[in-house]
Write a protein that binds this ligand. Structure first.
Ligand SMILES: NC(=O)c1ccc[n+]([C@@H]2O[C@H](COP(=O)([O-])OP(=O)(O)OC[C@H]3O[C@@H](n4cnc5c(N)ncnc54)[C@H](O)[C@@H]3O)[C@@H](O)[C@H]2O)c1
Length: 438
């Protein structure tokens, strides 16, 4: 294919070199004359293992051209990759100035070319910027329309400096956020041979995915370091602890606990996290990230409560009360906290939980209810049918088939459904459906 790459920093130079190596004719565009001069001499404009050799070979084979003229680059290519920098501004926001400038240039060049063109953004953008910034800039400059005169995609880049060529050739997956089949097919032709799945998705998902991945990496580094500081203070070996933690592939290094839903709770997680924070305090070890976890968990309960309140002060039915499915343990259940907030605001609340039947409760759980939440227990009903029938808002914290089947049969269009657990597709299609945070 004939391709152009705008912005020849780490991402752009690696793309230019690897696409040329794969047999495509690639024109690189940059405004920095020093980078252009280096590339013309067959050298890499950035320090990156293996890149000099690839660029030298690409130049020799006549597969790499470089220019500062956007017009010629767009005219001579069918796809343009946008790889310009998006540095952080002082307030933490991401600067899209270079992306805007380059889109104005590419847009004007598309108008002059007068033929279909694909624009693929690889720069990291704030989610939503593809629609709010890139598409309007291209449309204004080209006079054309996305989807009709040119196509637009966001393809997040996952390479790491220092191992960029290796990472280009071994991506975890290739994700293309694109509504245009013609463009995503071309991208599959370019990248489909790489290891890792080729995934087509919508641009909004692809944009947030890139932020989510980097936030997750940062979170993991900080988690390991906080465990490290605590381990050091306790004379335990955090290297050994984290190595063992990573050997659990079913609960630790796995998709477990990584689905958006409702807050965590129960008799272990909040208690042990608080105890860990207390221990750290007694050793003068600050763990701001782990301390923030409890705060964030509380915010999540508030968020769902705000969603309930947004429907007015009608009748609310809460399905589920124990801290998770398949147990009657109510200690530190976030659903109990949610129920208490509803009661506090004077909402007319009914609660159904097949696991928590007052008459069957014994021992510690019964004592806990009597001592701590008798006002909540009074609202428990065993009649799911009636509880759903009466409700203006049904908050679903359980997904067992008896519950989902009844909801599918009985819910009226005007009733609101707030899903805390990821209900099946049939319920998501209901007019009153809304997720906890989706
Ligand atoms: N560096 C990484 O490891 C990495 C990894 C994944 C994603 N990203 C993202 O990719 C994007 C690029 O990162 P980078 O590290 O390669 O940036 P960089 O700063 O190394 O390079 C950006 C290049 O764009 C050029 N440029 C600016 N305006 C231009 C214009 N109007 N026309 C042509 N060229 C122009 C600059 O001269 C520079 O050479 C950023 O959004 C970054 O967040 C970077």
């Amino acid at each position: 294919m004939n391709l152009s790459v705008f912005g020849l920093g780490y991402v752009g130079a690696v793309s230019l070199a690897c696409l040329a190596r794969d047999g495509h004719r690639v024109t690189g565009v940059d405004i920095d004359p020093n980078k252009l001069a280096a590339l013309r001499e067959g050298r890499s404009p950035v320090v990156e293992a293996g890149l000099d050799a690839l660029i030298g070979a690409g130049r020799e084979a006549g597969c790499i051209e470089v220019t500062d003229q956007a017009g010629a680059a767009v005219r001579d290519s069918e796809l343009s990759f946008v790889c310009v920098g998006t540095p952080a501004a002082a307030n933490g926001s991401q600067s899209d100035a270079a992306v805007r400038r380059v889109c104005a240039e590419i847009g004007a060049a598309i108008a002059a070319k007068g033929a279909w063109h694909g624009v693929v953004v690889r720069s990291t953008l704030a989610p939503g910027a593809l629609e709010a910034v890139v598409a309007p800039a291209l449309e204004a400059a080209s006079g054309g329309r996305v989807g009709r005169d040119f196509a637009l995609a966001f393809q997040p880049e996952f390479l790491r400096e220092g191992s960029a060529v290796h990472d280009y050739d071994h991506p975890p997956f290739t994700v293309v956020g694109c509504e245009d089949r013609r463009l995503s097919d071309r991208l599959e032709a370019l990248f489909g041979h790489l290891p890792g799945e080729f995934i087509r998705t919508d641009p909004g998902t692809a944009q947030l995915l890139k932020y989510a991945c980097n936030a997750f990496h940062a979170l993991k580094v900080t988690f390991a370091n906080e465990i490290g500081r605590l381990g050091q203070a306790l004379d335990a070996d955090p290297q050994r602890v984290m190595a063992l933690l990573c050997r659990d592939r079913s609960l630790n290094i796995s998709p477990a606990y990584l689905r958006p839903g409702f807050a965590f709770g129960g008799s272990c997680l909040p208690k042990d996290l608080r105890a860990l924070l207390y221990l750290a305090k007694t050793r003068d070890v600050e763990l701001p990230m782990l301390a923030g976890v409890l705060e964030s968990n509380g915010r999540h309960v508030e968020h769902v409560f705000d969603r309930i309140l947004a429907n007015g002060r009608g009748r609310v039915t809460l399905i589920g009360l124990s801290f998770k499915e398949g147990t009657d343990d109510l200690r530190e259940s976030p659903l109990v906290e949610l129920a208490e907030r509803c009661i506090g605001k004077g909402l007319d609340l009914a609660i159904y939980d097949p696991q928590v039947e007052w008459s069957r409760l014994i021992g510690a759980n019964r004592r806990y209810i009597e001592a701590h939440i008798p006002h909540v227990a009074r609202l428990l009903t065993g009649d799911l049918d009636a509880a759903v029938e009466r409700a203006d808002v049904v908050v679903v914290g359980r997904s067992d088939p008896a519950v989902t089947g009844l909801l599918a049969r009985r819910l009226r269009p005007e009733q609101r459904l707030i899903d805390l657990v990821g209900l099946p597709e049939a319920l998501r299609a209901l007019p009153g459906y809304g997720g906890a945070c989706w």
